[in-house]
Design a protein around this ligand. Structure first.
Ligand SMILES: Nc1ncnc2c1ncn2[C@@H]1O[C@H](COP(=O)(O)OP(=O)(O)OP(=O)(O)O)[C@@H](O)[C@H]1O
Length: 255
């Protein structure tokens, strides 16, 4: 099995690569959104992705999760080529995704929403699906709200439900897209605690987030993208002090 560094410093421990994009490019008509991007996440690793608006971060997640096909390049999951695999089959293999704007099934309860992930996403039978839901609702701090209708939840609990739905699919890798967006600092801290727990339980995490101080509480490695390319990849402190990153992202973001 191939390996990736969990940091870029020489001599750091290497974890087996779980999900990798090799030479990924993506065009929308004349717009080149990704250019020969190499990206990987190791077993149990948490990787943050930052970069200015329009850098191609969400497109990279779309290509990794299968909702968009790359124009060129290859995607591997546990060393198997999954470039042509449909998103629902990637989910079944172990690639989960939570979106920036939660879109729960509004007419259903919290538990029913999570059951959909466990039953259809993970393909679990009835009893195993229930067991999975109980665990996930506990992890996500939603156990007390299991019978509430999803459309009655506030933003933090909707975000938690989005996380719970993706966790119910039993992902080996969880792709998170700006899940902290719109939350107060205290709410973001609560969500960080949950994502840390998920990470400590061994799930690999790839997390796009503009709230850098939130992101670096969880991630082992940071990737910075600009104009469809990876411009830095390494330990968070190293990436955030990289002059190219400061110029391309932090200067503009004012972080
Ligand atoms: N389906 C699409 N068709 C055409 N252009 C698209 C499409 N999806 C994204 N783009 C363009 O691709 C570029 C990269 O978008 P993407 O959403 O991947 O960036 P991002 O880094 O996630 O940005 P943000 O931080 O603002 O979410 C942008 O210029 C965007 O307008």
């Amino acid at each position: 099995m191939s390996t990736v560094p969990t940091g870029t410093a020489a001599g750091t421990v290497r974890a087996p690569t779980v999900l990798a994009g090799r030479g990924l490019s993506k065009r929308f008509g004349d717009l080149q959104v990704l250019t020969e991007v190499d990206f990987s996440v190791g077993a149990g690793e948490a990787v943050g992705i930052v970069g200015p608006n329009g850098a191609g971060k969400t497109t990279l997640l779309n290509v990794l999760s299968g909702s968009q096909r790359p124009s060129a390049g290859r995607i591997e999951f546990n060393d198997q080529d999954i470039t042509g695999l449909r998103p629902e089959l990637r989910c079944r293999r172990g690639i989960g995704r939570a979106f920036q704007v939660p879109k729960p099934f509004t007419g259903m309860t919290v538990l029913e929403n999570v059951l959909v992930g466990a039953s259809y996403g993970a393909g679990l039978g009835r009893q195993a699906a229930y067991r999975r839901c109980v665990e996930v609702l506990e992890t996500c701090g939603l156990a007390g709200l299991a019978n509430r209708r999803a459309d009655s939840l506030g933003l933090l609990h909707r975000k938690r439900l989005e996380l719970a739905r993706s966790l119910a699919t039993a992902p080996q890798v969880l792709l998170l897209d700006e899940i902290g967006g719109g939350l107060t600092d205290a709410e973001a801290d609560e969500l960080v605690a949950t994502i840390k727990l998920v990470s400590e339980q061994g799930t690999s995490i790839v997390w796009i987030e503009h709230i850098v101080h939130v992101l670096i509480q969880v991630v082992d490695r940071l990737v910075c993208m600009d104009a469809g390319r990876v411009i830095a990849d390494g330990p968070p402190g190293t990436v955030l002090s990289d002059a190219v990153v400061v110029d391309a992202y932090l200067g503009r973001a004012g972080s």
